[in-house]
Design a protein around this ligand. Structure first.
Ligand code: NAI
Length: 333
Protein backbone atom coordinates (compact mmCIF):
# COMPACT_ATOMS: atom_id res chain seq x y z
CA UNK A 1 0.00 0.00 0.00
CA UNK A 2 1.47 3.37 -0.93
CA UNK A 3 1.80 5.84 1.92
CA UNK A 4 -0.77 8.63 1.55
CA UNK A 5 0.58 12.16 2.00
CA UNK A 6 -1.39 15.38 2.36
CA UNK A 7 -0.21 17.80 -0.33
CA UNK A 8 -0.74 21.53 0.20
CA UNK A 9 0.38 23.43 -2.93
CA UNK A 10 -0.09 26.81 -1.19
CA UNK A 11 0.33 30.33 -2.57
CA UNK A 12 2.69 32.10 -4.96
CA UNK A 13 5.44 29.79 -6.20
CA UNK A 14 4.02 26.98 -4.02
CA UNK A 15 2.02 25.20 -6.75
CA UNK A 16 5.02 25.29 -9.12
CA UNK A 17 7.60 23.93 -6.69
CA UNK A 18 5.31 21.32 -5.11
CA UNK A 19 4.19 20.05 -8.54
CA UNK A 20 7.87 19.75 -9.52
CA UNK A 21 8.51 17.78 -6.32
CA UNK A 22 5.62 15.38 -6.92
CA UNK A 23 6.89 14.86 -10.47
CA UNK A 24 10.38 14.05 -9.18
CA UNK A 25 9.17 11.69 -6.42
CA UNK A 26 6.94 9.86 -8.88
CA UNK A 27 9.78 9.55 -11.38
CA UNK A 28 11.94 8.10 -8.61
CA UNK A 29 9.25 5.51 -7.87
CA UNK A 30 8.59 6.67 -4.30
CA UNK A 31 5.77 4.54 -2.91
CA UNK A 32 3.48 7.49 -2.15
CA UNK A 33 0.04 8.74 -3.07
CA UNK A 34 -1.21 12.28 -2.66
CA UNK A 35 -4.28 13.85 -1.12
CA UNK A 36 -4.29 17.44 -2.30
CA UNK A 37 -5.94 20.14 -0.17
CA UNK A 38 -6.19 23.86 -0.67
CA UNK A 39 -4.91 26.46 1.77
CA UNK A 40 -3.55 29.99 1.68
CA UNK A 41 -4.48 33.56 1.01
CA UNK A 42 -5.60 32.69 -2.51
CA UNK A 43 -8.42 30.42 -1.26
CA UNK A 44 -9.85 32.76 1.41
CA UNK A 45 -12.65 33.90 -0.91
CA UNK A 46 -13.65 30.25 -1.42
CA UNK A 47 -13.48 28.99 2.19
CA UNK A 48 -13.65 32.18 4.25
CA UNK A 49 -10.27 31.49 5.86
CA UNK A 50 -6.74 30.58 4.78
CA UNK A 51 -6.62 27.29 6.68
CA UNK A 52 -9.84 25.40 5.83
CA UNK A 53 -10.86 22.64 8.27
CA UNK A 54 -10.23 19.91 5.69
CA UNK A 55 -6.50 20.69 5.72
CA UNK A 56 -6.15 19.79 9.40
CA UNK A 57 -8.52 16.83 8.97
CA UNK A 58 -6.43 15.50 6.08
CA UNK A 59 -3.15 15.81 8.02
CA UNK A 60 -4.71 14.24 11.14
CA UNK A 61 -5.71 11.29 8.98
CA UNK A 62 -2.52 10.92 6.92
CA UNK A 63 -0.10 12.08 9.67
CA UNK A 64 2.36 13.49 7.15
CA UNK A 65 2.13 16.48 4.78
CA UNK A 66 4.23 18.18 2.14
CA UNK A 67 3.46 21.85 2.05
CA UNK A 68 4.07 24.84 -0.19
CA UNK A 69 4.34 28.33 1.32
CA UNK A 70 1.28 30.26 2.47
CA UNK A 71 1.12 34.03 2.10
CA UNK A 72 0.33 36.07 5.21
CA UNK A 73 -0.77 39.68 4.75
CA UNK A 74 1.52 42.18 6.46
CA UNK A 75 0.12 44.20 9.40
CA UNK A 76 -3.49 43.36 8.54
CA UNK A 77 -5.78 40.44 7.67
CA UNK A 78 -5.91 36.91 9.01
CA UNK A 79 -3.43 35.58 11.55
CA UNK A 80 -0.79 33.38 9.90
CA UNK A 81 -2.15 30.05 8.65
CA UNK A 82 1.37 28.64 9.07
CA UNK A 83 1.42 29.48 12.75
CA UNK A 84 -2.12 28.11 13.19
CA UNK A 85 -1.16 24.86 11.46
CA UNK A 86 1.92 24.39 13.65
CA UNK A 87 0.05 25.19 16.85
CA UNK A 88 -3.08 23.14 16.03
CA UNK A 89 -1.07 20.03 15.20
CA UNK A 90 1.45 20.62 18.01
CA UNK A 91 4.32 20.60 15.53
CA UNK A 92 6.64 21.81 18.23
CA UNK A 93 9.99 21.36 16.52
CA UNK A 94 11.08 23.19 13.42
CA UNK A 95 14.15 21.48 12.00
CA UNK A 96 16.15 23.28 9.33
CA UNK A 97 19.39 21.75 8.10
CA UNK A 98 21.55 24.35 6.38
CA UNK A 99 24.37 22.83 4.35
CA UNK A 100 26.28 23.70 1.21
CA UNK A 101 24.97 22.06 -1.94
CA UNK A 102 27.75 20.52 -4.06
CA UNK A 103 28.61 22.71 -7.05
CA UNK A 104 26.65 25.74 -5.82
CA UNK A 105 28.84 28.75 -5.20
CA UNK A 106 28.13 30.56 -1.97
CA UNK A 107 29.70 32.95 0.49
CA UNK A 108 30.96 30.12 2.70
CA UNK A 109 31.95 26.47 2.27
CA UNK A 110 31.69 23.66 4.81
CA UNK A 111 28.56 25.07 6.43
CA UNK A 112 26.64 22.36 8.24
CA UNK A 113 24.28 23.90 10.77
CA UNK A 114 21.09 22.33 12.05
CA UNK A 115 18.61 24.91 13.29
CA UNK A 116 16.16 23.63 15.89
CA UNK A 117 13.50 26.26 16.45
CA UNK A 118 10.71 26.14 19.04
CA UNK A 119 7.64 26.29 16.85
CA UNK A 120 4.56 26.79 19.04
CA UNK A 121 5.01 29.75 21.38
CA UNK A 122 7.36 32.69 22.02
CA UNK A 123 6.40 35.88 20.23
CA UNK A 124 4.31 33.83 17.78
CA UNK A 125 1.68 32.98 20.37
CA UNK A 126 -0.73 35.31 18.54
CA UNK A 127 -1.57 37.28 21.67
CA UNK A 128 -1.53 40.89 20.56
CA UNK A 129 -3.69 43.88 21.33
CA UNK A 130 -4.02 47.60 21.01
CA UNK A 131 -4.36 48.83 24.59
CA UNK A 132 -5.27 52.35 23.59
CA UNK A 133 -4.67 54.34 20.42
CA UNK A 134 -0.92 54.37 19.78
CA UNK A 135 -0.12 51.77 22.48
CA UNK A 136 0.15 48.07 21.60
CA UNK A 137 1.21 44.89 23.30
CA UNK A 138 2.40 41.48 22.06
CA UNK A 139 2.85 38.69 24.57
CA UNK A 140 5.89 36.49 24.38
CA UNK A 141 4.95 33.19 25.99
CA UNK A 142 7.77 30.96 27.16
CA UNK A 143 6.92 27.87 29.17
CA UNK A 144 9.19 25.41 30.90
CA UNK A 145 7.30 22.56 29.26
CA UNK A 146 7.75 23.74 25.66
CA UNK A 147 11.34 24.81 26.32
CA UNK A 148 12.23 21.41 27.77
CA UNK A 149 10.47 19.63 24.90
CA UNK A 150 12.43 21.50 22.21
CA UNK A 151 15.70 21.20 24.13
CA UNK A 152 15.23 17.43 24.39
CA UNK A 153 14.47 17.34 20.68
CA UNK A 154 17.73 19.17 19.90
CA UNK A 155 19.88 16.96 22.12
CA UNK A 156 18.19 13.77 20.95
CA UNK A 157 18.78 14.87 17.37
CA UNK A 158 22.45 15.56 18.18
CA UNK A 159 22.75 12.13 19.78
CA UNK A 160 21.13 10.31 16.88
CA UNK A 161 23.15 12.05 14.17
CA UNK A 162 26.43 12.06 16.07
CA UNK A 163 26.58 15.82 16.43
CA UNK A 164 29.04 17.16 18.97
CA UNK A 165 27.62 20.49 20.11
CA UNK A 166 24.33 22.26 20.79
CA UNK A 167 24.39 26.06 21.02
CA UNK A 168 21.42 27.75 22.67
CA UNK A 169 20.74 31.22 21.28
CA UNK A 170 18.81 33.63 23.52
CA UNK A 171 18.46 37.22 24.69
CA UNK A 172 18.32 36.47 28.41
CA UNK A 173 20.48 39.49 29.22
CA UNK A 174 17.50 41.73 28.40
CA UNK A 175 14.51 39.36 28.54
CA UNK A 176 15.61 37.97 31.87
CA UNK A 177 12.29 36.34 32.71
CA UNK A 178 11.13 34.76 29.43
CA UNK A 179 14.43 34.03 27.67
CA UNK A 180 15.86 33.44 31.12
CA UNK A 181 13.45 30.53 31.60
CA UNK A 182 14.21 29.20 28.12
CA UNK A 183 17.96 29.31 28.77
CA UNK A 184 17.76 27.79 32.28
CA UNK A 185 15.57 24.98 30.98
CA UNK A 186 17.99 24.28 28.12
CA UNK A 187 20.88 24.21 30.63
CA UNK A 188 18.99 21.67 32.76
CA UNK A 189 18.25 19.45 29.78
CA UNK A 190 21.87 19.74 28.59
CA UNK A 191 23.04 18.13 31.86
CA UNK A 192 21.20 14.96 30.81
CA UNK A 193 23.52 14.72 27.78
CA UNK A 194 27.07 14.94 29.15
CA UNK A 195 28.59 13.69 25.89
CA UNK A 196 27.30 16.66 23.93
CA UNK A 197 28.89 20.04 24.45
CA UNK A 198 26.41 22.77 25.35
CA UNK A 199 27.24 26.38 24.57
CA UNK A 200 25.20 29.55 24.95
CA UNK A 201 25.19 32.66 22.84
CA UNK A 202 23.28 35.95 22.87
CA UNK A 203 21.34 36.08 19.63
CA UNK A 204 22.82 39.34 18.32
CA UNK A 205 26.32 37.93 18.73
CA UNK A 206 25.07 34.79 16.96
CA UNK A 207 24.14 36.93 13.95
CA UNK A 208 27.66 38.36 13.90
CA UNK A 209 29.39 35.01 14.39
CA UNK A 210 27.30 33.38 11.67
CA UNK A 211 28.41 35.87 9.03
CA UNK A 212 32.05 35.68 10.12
CA UNK A 213 32.59 32.01 10.89
CA UNK A 214 29.49 29.84 10.43
CA UNK A 215 31.53 26.63 10.54
CA UNK A 216 31.87 26.98 14.34
CA UNK A 217 28.20 26.01 14.78
CA UNK A 218 26.71 22.54 14.81
CA UNK A 219 23.15 22.33 16.24
CA UNK A 220 21.54 25.71 17.00
CA UNK A 221 18.70 25.66 19.52
CA UNK A 222 16.51 28.72 19.83
CA UNK A 223 13.09 30.28 20.30
CA UNK A 224 10.46 30.88 17.65
CA UNK A 225 11.23 34.39 16.36
CA UNK A 226 15.02 34.13 16.58
CA UNK A 227 14.85 30.79 14.77
CA UNK A 228 12.78 32.32 12.01
CA UNK A 229 15.23 35.17 11.42
CA UNK A 230 18.36 33.08 11.81
CA UNK A 231 17.02 30.55 9.28
CA UNK A 232 16.93 33.15 6.51
CA UNK A 233 20.35 34.44 7.53
CA UNK A 234 21.76 30.91 7.34
CA UNK A 235 20.11 30.36 3.94
CA UNK A 236 22.07 33.38 2.71
CA UNK A 237 25.32 31.73 3.81
CA UNK A 238 24.91 28.76 1.49
CA UNK A 239 23.34 30.29 -1.61
CA UNK A 240 19.87 31.54 -0.74
CA UNK A 241 16.35 30.61 0.19
CA UNK A 242 15.95 28.38 -2.83
CA UNK A 243 18.11 25.75 -1.13
CA UNK A 244 17.08 25.31 2.49
CA UNK A 245 14.54 22.68 3.54
CA UNK A 246 12.52 22.35 6.68
CA UNK A 247 10.45 19.98 8.76
CA UNK A 248 7.81 20.78 11.38
CA UNK A 249 7.70 17.80 13.69
CA UNK A 250 5.39 16.88 16.53
CA UNK A 251 4.64 13.69 18.45
CA UNK A 252 1.89 12.62 16.05
CA UNK A 253 2.29 14.58 12.82
CA UNK A 254 4.95 16.04 10.59
CA UNK A 255 4.70 18.72 7.91
CA UNK A 256 7.59 19.21 5.52
CA UNK A 257 8.14 22.57 3.84
CA UNK A 258 10.87 24.88 2.57
CA UNK A 259 12.12 27.76 4.69
CA UNK A 260 11.21 30.22 1.92
CA UNK A 261 7.86 31.97 1.48
CA UNK A 262 5.54 32.36 -1.48
CA UNK A 263 7.97 34.67 -3.36
CA UNK A 264 5.28 36.77 -5.04
CA UNK A 265 7.95 38.58 -7.10
CA UNK A 266 8.62 35.45 -9.17
CA UNK A 267 5.33 33.53 -8.80
CA UNK A 268 3.78 32.06 -11.94
CA UNK A 269 6.94 32.65 -14.00
CA UNK A 270 8.32 29.10 -13.92
CA UNK A 271 11.61 30.33 -12.50
CA UNK A 272 11.40 29.41 -8.82
CA UNK A 273 14.08 27.10 -7.52
CA UNK A 274 12.33 23.86 -6.47
CA UNK A 275 15.40 22.56 -4.58
CA UNK A 276 14.26 23.69 -1.13
CA UNK A 277 11.07 21.67 -1.50
CA UNK A 278 12.99 18.78 -3.12
CA UNK A 279 15.25 18.67 -0.06
CA UNK A 280 12.22 19.00 2.26
CA UNK A 281 10.69 15.99 0.52
CA UNK A 282 13.92 14.05 1.16
CA UNK A 283 13.58 14.83 4.87
CA UNK A 284 10.05 13.47 4.54
CA UNK A 285 11.25 10.26 2.84
CA UNK A 286 13.82 9.78 5.62
CA UNK A 287 11.10 10.33 8.23
CA UNK A 288 9.06 7.64 6.44
CA UNK A 289 12.07 5.28 6.43
CA UNK A 290 12.36 5.48 2.64
CA UNK A 291 16.05 6.31 2.90
CA UNK A 292 17.06 4.47 -0.28
CA UNK A 293 14.75 6.53 -2.46
CA UNK A 294 15.95 9.69 -0.72
CA UNK A 295 19.57 8.75 -1.40
CA UNK A 296 18.91 8.11 -5.11
CA UNK A 297 17.16 11.45 -5.51
CA UNK A 298 19.87 13.33 -3.61
CA UNK A 299 22.51 11.76 -5.84
CA UNK A 300 20.63 12.86 -8.97
CA UNK A 301 20.25 16.41 -7.62
CA UNK A 302 23.96 16.64 -6.79
CA UNK A 303 24.88 15.44 -10.28
CA UNK A 304 22.91 18.32 -11.77
CA UNK A 305 24.21 20.96 -9.33
CA UNK A 306 27.80 19.74 -9.72
CA UNK A 307 27.60 20.03 -13.50
CA UNK A 308 26.18 23.54 -13.08
CA UNK A 309 24.77 23.69 -16.61
CA UNK A 310 21.09 23.63 -15.62
CA UNK A 311 20.34 25.93 -12.69
CA UNK A 312 17.52 28.33 -11.87
CA UNK A 313 18.15 32.13 -11.99
CA UNK A 314 18.59 32.52 -8.21
CA UNK A 315 21.69 30.31 -8.55
CA UNK A 316 23.04 32.21 -11.54
CA UNK A 317 21.53 29.95 -14.21
CA UNK A 318 18.78 30.49 -16.76
CA UNK A 319 16.82 27.24 -16.46
CA UNK A 320 13.13 27.20 -15.63
CA UNK A 321 11.67 25.25 -12.72
CA UNK A 322 10.50 22.67 -15.25
CA UNK A 323 13.87 22.37 -17.02
CA UNK A 324 15.71 21.97 -13.74
CA UNK A 325 13.27 19.31 -12.55
CA UNK A 326 13.61 17.39 -15.82
CA UNK A 327 17.40 17.57 -15.58
CA UNK A 328 17.26 15.95 -12.13
CA UNK A 329 14.86 13.27 -13.36
CA UNK A 330 17.26 12.50 -16.23
CA UNK A 331 20.00 11.80 -13.68
CA UNK A 332 17.96 9.33 -11.60
CA UNK A 333 19.44 5.86 -11.56
P1 NAI B 1 10.11 34.83 0.45
O1 NAI B 1 10.88 33.71 1.03
O2 NAI B 1 8.84 34.50 -0.22
O3 NAI B 1 11.02 35.62 -0.60
C1 NAI B 1 12.21 36.32 -0.25
C2 NAI B 1 13.10 36.43 -1.50
O4 NAI B 1 13.65 35.15 -1.82
C3 NAI B 1 12.33 36.89 -2.74
O5 NAI B 1 13.17 37.72 -3.51
C4 NAI B 1 12.06 35.60 -3.49
O6 NAI B 1 11.95 35.74 -4.89
C5 NAI B 1 13.29 34.75 -3.13
N1 NAI B 1 12.94 33.32 -3.11
C6 NAI B 1 12.24 32.67 -2.15
N2 NAI B 1 12.10 31.39 -2.49
C7 NAI B 1 12.70 31.22 -3.68
C8 NAI B 1 12.86 30.10 -4.55
N3 NAI B 1 12.37 28.89 -4.24
N4 NAI B 1 13.53 30.29 -5.71
C9 NAI B 1 14.03 31.48 -6.03
N5 NAI B 1 13.92 32.58 -5.25
C10 NAI B 1 13.25 32.44 -4.09
O7 NAI B 1 9.88 35.88 1.64
P2 NAI B 1 8.92 37.14 1.75
O8 NAI B 1 8.91 37.91 0.48
O9 NAI B 1 9.34 37.79 2.99
O10 NAI B 1 7.48 36.53 2.00
C11 NAI B 1 6.46 36.38 1.02
C12 NAI B 1 5.26 35.75 1.66
O11 NAI B 1 5.55 34.41 2.07
C13 NAI B 1 4.76 36.48 2.93
O12 NAI B 1 3.36 36.54 2.88
C14 NAI B 1 5.20 35.59 4.06
O13 NAI B 1 4.34 35.68 5.17
C15 NAI B 1 5.11 34.22 3.41
N6 NAI B 1 5.99 33.21 4.04
C16 NAI B 1 5.49 31.97 4.18
C17 NAI B 1 6.26 30.97 4.71
C18 NAI B 1 5.66 29.60 4.83
O14 NAI B 1 4.60 29.34 4.30
N7 NAI B 1 6.31 28.70 5.53
C19 NAI B 1 7.65 31.21 5.15
C20 NAI B 1 8.11 32.56 4.89
C21 NAI B 1 7.29 33.53 4.37
Amino acid sequence: MPKRITLIPGDGIGPEVTAATVQLLEAAGADLEWEEVEAGLEVVSKYGKPLPDQVLESIRKNKVALKGPLTTAVATGFPSANVELRQSLKLYASLRPVTNVPGIESRFGDVDVIIVRENTEGLYSGLEQTITAGVTQSLKIITREASARIAHFAFEYANKWNRKKVTTAHKANILKVSDGLFLKTCQEVAREYPDILHEEIIVDNLALQLVINPQQFDVLLTTNLYGDIVSDLCAGLVGGLGLVPGANIGKEYAVFEAVHGSAPDIAGKNKANPLAVFFSSLLMLEYLHMEDTAKRIRKAIYRVTNKGAVLTPDLGGSASTTEFTEAVIQELE
